[in-house]
Design a protein around this ligand. Structure first.
Ligand code: HEC
Ligand code: HEC
Length: 395
């Protein structure tokens, strides 16, 4: 993609300036060659004059030329250095603008979202912060897990366990819509949430942990990276492939018994017989994440809703599945979701404050009180259609 770069293209990126620099350098080289050959003939003339005991005055006169040659080289060199420094100042702002343009240009709202090219991130002036943010998303546990080097404050899962490929995979719970849609009013909290608050939501629920201070380096890095990913998306737009797929509801209730059978045949090889995850053979220091139990997401997490879980696994599990190449039928996804979310896990900590307006609860929110008279079990497992119909009528 990139043409071969001479050393000085690190300092400039426009053709006219390449040309100027080449002329400067060319002129210096030619002058040096001329000067060196002139000086050697001069030196041999002097030595022969000395040998023949001739008058040195006319030869000495010729040193004038050497002197002016040296002055010209010095002048050219100083100009080259000044030009280079000037270019260097210009380059920073120029580069930032072209970077931004390239990223904006690559966004196409009619196509499935693609994350901006990572090479652009590595050229960004905020490179260090963005790279750190990406690391925190991909390897959260190393920094903030139970044995994390920054602060032990979460359950050992990584953001990337659910936000696949560091939040860049289409229908893999990616972050493409975050920069364009936050701050936004969220019915779950009944408040306007900014990105920081939204990240802390996942820490408290999906990672069953504590919150990060908004001005901590870690929070700033994650927020910066997430915003960088979605920077090309116009305000309030939802790109194609954002977040998760929504599956059509079944007419029957989701069936945990069928889900259990599917779990054994399709999931336990990686997530373990007991759902607690397994060390990865290729790198035993990391794990296939747990699906339930003390180290899993808690009952307040998004995945604890059966529809969210089903949407997530439909396009992403078994690991390697994609929206174009799913491995589960919709029914299988619903039944698996019912089985996994029927297993024990850490309790809901925000029942008193979540969904302040109960008529805003999603149809599969498994905790009452409700506006309707359907049981918590029906809200959790379905059949959902009667609930959805009721919610439509009362709107
Ligand atoms: C157990 C799975 C899981 C983990 C781990 C997880 N999340 Fe999430 N996250 C979700 C789900 C599911 C949603 C979407 C919720 C919904 O649509 O109801 C979400 C939504 C988000 C959103 C909002 C996306 C949007 O478009 O509105 C952000 C930002 C976010 N998560 C950040 C993080 C960060 C940062 C971490 C790590 C500290 C993390 N999440 C860890 C499951 C998870
Ligand atoms: C080949 C191994 C493999 C198989 C089989 C597999 N998964 Fe996963 N699963 C993973 C990996 C790896 C991740 C974490 C992805 C990452 O960190 O990049 C994951 C993450 C998850 C997550 C989100 C994180 C969490 O632990 O809550 C869920 C939910 C999940 N898998 C469910 C399933 C279900 C249901 C099945 C069976 C249909 C399944 N997986 C089959 C490897 C697998």
């Amino acid at each position: 993609m990139h043409r071969k770069c001479r050393w000085y293209c690190l300092l400039t990126n426009n053709k006219a300036n390449y040309f100027l620099m080449t002329v400067f350098i060319g002129a210096i080289i030619i002058l040096i060659i001329v000067l060196v050959s002139y000086s050697t003939t001069l030196v041999s003339r002097i030595s022969s004059s000395i040998r023949l005991q001739q008058d040195l005055a006319p030869v000495k006169n010729q040193f004038r030329w050497v002197k002016s040659g040296l002055i010209s080289i010095a002048f050219l060199l100083i100009s080259l250095i000044a030009f280079t420094i000037w270019q260097y100042w210009q380059k920073a702002s120029l580069q930032e603008n072209t970077l931004k343009e390239n990223i904006l240009h690559a966004y196409d709202s009619t196509k499935v979202w693609n994350a901006p090219d990572l090479s652009f991130m590595l050229q960004s002036p905020d490179k260090e912060l963005l790279v750190y943010g990406r690391q925190l998303i991909a390897n959260t546990a190393d920094f903030l897990g139970p044995a994390g080097i920054i602060r032990p404050m979460s359950n050992g899962m990584n953001c990337q366990n659910c936000h696949l490929d560091a939040g860049t995979k289409a229908w893999g719970n990616n972050y493409s819509g975050v920069a364009a849609n936050y701050p936004k009013l969220r019915a779950r909290s009944g408040t306007v949430e900014n990105i920081t608050k939204r990240i802390n939501d996942c820490f408290q629920r999906s990672l069953n942990g504590d919150t990060l201070k908004p001005d901590s380096k870690e929070m700033k890095a994650m927020a910066a990276y997430i915003q960088w990913l979605g920077q090309a998306v116009p305000k309030n737009q939802a790109p194609k492939g954002v977040g998760l797929k929504k599956l059509a509801v079944m007419t029957r209730a989701a069936d945990p018994v069928k889900g259990h059978e599917l779990f054994i045949s399709k999931c336990q090889s990686c997530h373990g017989v007991d759902g607690q995850g397994l060390p990865k053979p290729e790198d035993p220091s990391t794990k296939y994440p747990p699906l339930w139990g003390d180290h899993s997401y808690n009952e307040a997490a998004g995945l604890y809703r059966v529809s969210t879980f089903a949407g997530y696994i439909k396009t992403n599990m078994p690991f390697g599945a994609t929206a174009d190449n799913p491995q589960l039928s919709d029914e299988e996804a619903w039944d698996l979701a019912a089985f996994v979310n029927g297993q024990p896990r850490p309790k809901h900590k925000f029942l008193a404050t979540d969904w302040p307006q109960i008529n805003k609860k999603p149809y599969d929110h498994p905790f009452g009180p409700y506006e309707d008279t359907f049981t918590e079990a029906q809200h959790k497992y379905g059949p959902y259609q009667p609930i959805i119909d009721f919610q439509k009528q009362t709107k």
